[in-house]
Design a protein around this ligand. Structure first.
Ligand code: MN
Length: 129
């Protein structure tokens, strides 16, 4: 078993696809279908990385990211925003909310694992340099 990855995603198909790929590569997946559950599960499980859908009901991904960054022990955990909004400024908004980076939907199964693993190898993510 490699690292624990918390996936916060309300779309069942995306949740299934992402979990399937991660588990295939031996990651332990923790699933949350809304932001509130995501925050609760993050507190409980202290995952090594968080994949965060931005378009979530009630509490959007930006709000979730801000809450996640308040959790002790998760200040530097990679949080990767996942969104189909390809609008300029989205990345900036995600970073300001506390996200470490950004993956665009639709998920490309051929490069997804590489995209994820890049974040495990980039500690500090620029803030400390
Ligand atoms: Mn969504």
């Amino acid at each position: 078993m490699k690292a624990d990855i918390l996936v916060i995603e309300d779309n069942e198909q995306n949740l299934y696809l992402v979990s399937f790929i991660l588990e295939k590569y031996d990651y332990h997946v923790i699933q949350a279908r809304n932001g509130l559950d995501g925050v609760i599960l993050a507190k409980k499980s202290k995952p090594d990385l968080i994949l965060l859908d931005i378009q979530l009901p009630i509490m959007d991904g930006y709000a979730v990211a801000r809450e996640l960054r308040k959790i002790s022990g998760l200040a530097k955990t990679p949080i990767i925003a996942v969104t189909s909004y390809a609008m300029p400024g989205d990345l900036e908004t995600a970073i300001q909310a506390g996200c470490s980076g950004y993956i665009e939907k639709p998920i490309n199964p051929d490069i997804f694992i590489t995209q994820i693993e890049d974040y495990f190898h980039s500690d500090g993510l620029g803030d400390e340099q």
